[in-house]
Design a protein. Sequence first.
Length: 250
Amino acid sequence: MLKHFVLSLCISVCIQTLAQPVEELVKHADALEKQMKEPEAYAKFKEIVKQHPQHLYTLIKCSELASRIGRMQNTKEKQADFYKAAKIYAERALKVNPKDSDANMVMSLAYGRMALLLSGKEKIQYVRDIKIYAERALASNPKNFKALHVMGKWHYEVSSLNAMEKGALKVFYGGLPKATYDSSLYFYQRAGALSPGFVLNYLEMAKVYYKQKNKSKAIELLKQTLKLQDATSEDALVKKEAGELLKEWN
């Protein structure tokens, strides 16, 4: 009798959960993300995707969170697994709406995060795709600050390629794409103007100024990075790196 009661209760709870409007489920997942409980938010968004496979916003969030959580992993293998998942969710989002700004942004982000784990020819293979998807994101929404940040990072990374990588880039694409530290700074500044509390953006701008031999400005930005309020769990890692660079550059 008790077993039947428990079984009936479980079935009832499951039915109620499935019957919840998708808006309520998304609201719950969003709340978890705002509380900086990214793994829990990611799990909740994945549950929603199982029930609503074509839900664009949820697919985008799954991709973005996978990229973010991936960075917090302690091995390259684990990071790569999350970045691959981020790419898969981004692909699904783009099938739902190929022109959506955020869908293109998370694809660009996934490629960008994957590229950071690579070097040489493997890294070069991602260079073009990062830029293509970031530009598509900005074509749909010029104020997509995350896409602007990705573009800033793209210009920085291409400008920082070593001789072998630049040689590979010429072979792959028939020449070197136009990228400078000034253009990197331009996109970072645009992203920062739209989202003044974007912690990672300050750290990356500091790196550009340091490359440009403007050490005082770079240190100033690192100090600003450390003063900003955390918006994601990833920000703690960003601040840790900023603190380490501050000790190194001082």
